[in-house]
Design a protein around this ligand. Structure first.
Ligand SMILES: Nc1ncnc2c1ncn2[C@@H]1O[C@H](COP(=O)(O)OP(=O)(O)OP(=O)(O)O)[C@@H](O)[C@H]1O
Length: 353
């Protein structure tokens, strides 16, 4: 009998990059561009990994290395344990068939119907007509567009177009789906629909997903793990809840601050100090290990006044975390003792003026 942990612990990652570099040669009169500078990355089968970074960080180049559209300058890219650089064209085609892509601008054929778009990769792969028909029909039902089979692409909304893009990407039954800014052209409600479809692709079909995005909301609601890129390097990575609740690098903090506003920045802190007397401390709550009421009870038992002046509690994928900033006021020795007592209960940071 195999256990769930057994095969997973010994199986090779679906995607494995080791010390990968990619330098584009200099354009005339310019200098070479080091787009990827020593990236190590593993993606396990069944994961959803979000890759975030600002424009130019190297995200698209990384994806083009993973789907073998670009070759490395040095380092190793393995897909399903196979070294891409060693593969002959025929094997490379097979690897590419195992990877689906969806794009920000959908990249659909306007001259074809919805059915025709999904059929395209099957025609290229030489799949028999009867099997094509069965797969296309199944996919149309899966993405909820069975009634649009014979519509033209121009008649569809953005969300419907992306659902066609997803069906087309799944037609060759890939094990990996790469999504490059796949929701950036969509409004928030349609974005949620597409993300929910991607979650089903992962959960119900077992397909591994790598999404590239600059939207942290996409990471928060979709990914299991997040990888942060800056200037061609991975600067931080980890489970989404961990990275959102305790970002380490400045670039990660900037991304996280777009969706989590539970810490006052310098300007907000100055404004708070102008309104509230006392000593400011930030308390970090993670999960339900420590109850806020225990912390407040500790403060109430002491000879200090306190006020909640800033903060927020987030829930991400069923886990809660957040920071609360308190202003403590009273006799300096009592305040110092109260801060020490609270610091025994929860991670506490003193916020200086
Ligand atoms: N084919 C190319 N030739 C020369 N330079 C390139 C090429 N492709 C990418 N670059 C450069 O490599 C760097 C990384 O680009 P890349 O497109 O991978 O970043 P990105 O994080 O995906 O950015 P964006 O979100 O804007 O797409 C940039 O400086 C870019 O100009």
């Amino acid at each position: 009998m195999t256990t769930a942990a057994g095969p997973a612990a010994t199986s090779v990652p679906l995607v494995e990059l080791r010390d990968v570099h990619k330098t584009f040669p200099a354009a005339r009169g310019g200098t070479p561009v080091e787009a990827i500078r020593g990236v190590d990355l593993s993606v396990e089968a069944g994961e959803i990994v979000g890759i975030v970074g600002y424009s130019g960080a190297g995200k698209s180049t990384l994806v083009r290395l993973i789907n073998a559209l670009e070759s490395t300058t040095s380092g190793s890219v393995r897909i399903g344990g196979r070294e891409i650089a060693d593969l002959k064209e025929r094997d490379l085609r097979e690897v590419r068939l195992g990877i689906g892509m969806i794009f920000q601008q959908f990249n659909l054929f306007r001259s074809r119907t919805v059915w025709g778009n999904i059929a395209y990769p099957l025609e290229v792969a030489g799949v028999a007509r009867a099997e094509q028909n069965q797969r296309i029909s199944d996919l149309l039902h899966f993405v909820g567009l069975a009634d649009k089979a014979h519509s033209h692409v121009d008649e569809l909304s953005g969300g419907q177009k992306q659902r066609v893009g997803i069906a087309r990407a799944l037609a060759t039954e890939p094990s990996l789906l790469l999504a490059d800014e796949s929701t950036s052209a969509l409004d928030p409600e349609t974005t949620q629909e597409v993300l929910s479809l991607l979650r089903r692709v992962n959960r119900e079909l077992g397909i591994t997903i790598v999404v590239i995005t600059h939207e942290m909301d996409v990471v928060r609601s979709l990914a299991h793990r997040v990888v942060v890129m800056e200037a061609g390097r991975i600067v931080e990575q980890g489970p989404v809840v961990q990275v959102l609740s305790d970002p380490q690098q400045p670039v990660t903090r900037r991304f996280v601050s777009t969706i989590v506003d539970d810490e006052p920045d310098a300007e907000a802190l100055a404004a708070l100090h102008a309104r509230h007397p006392g000593h400011f401390v930030k308390l970090a709550f993670r999960g339900d290990e420590v109850r806020q009421s225990d912390v407040f009870a500790e403060l109430l038992s002491r000879d200090v006044r306190f006020e909640l002046v800033y903060g927020g509690i987030e829930e991400v994928q069923g886990e809660t975390f957040g920071n609360l900033t308190l202003a403590l006021d009273g006799d300096p020795a009592a305040v110092t003792a109260a801060v020490a007592a609270v610091a025994d209960l929860v991670p506490t940071t003193e916020l200086s003026r």
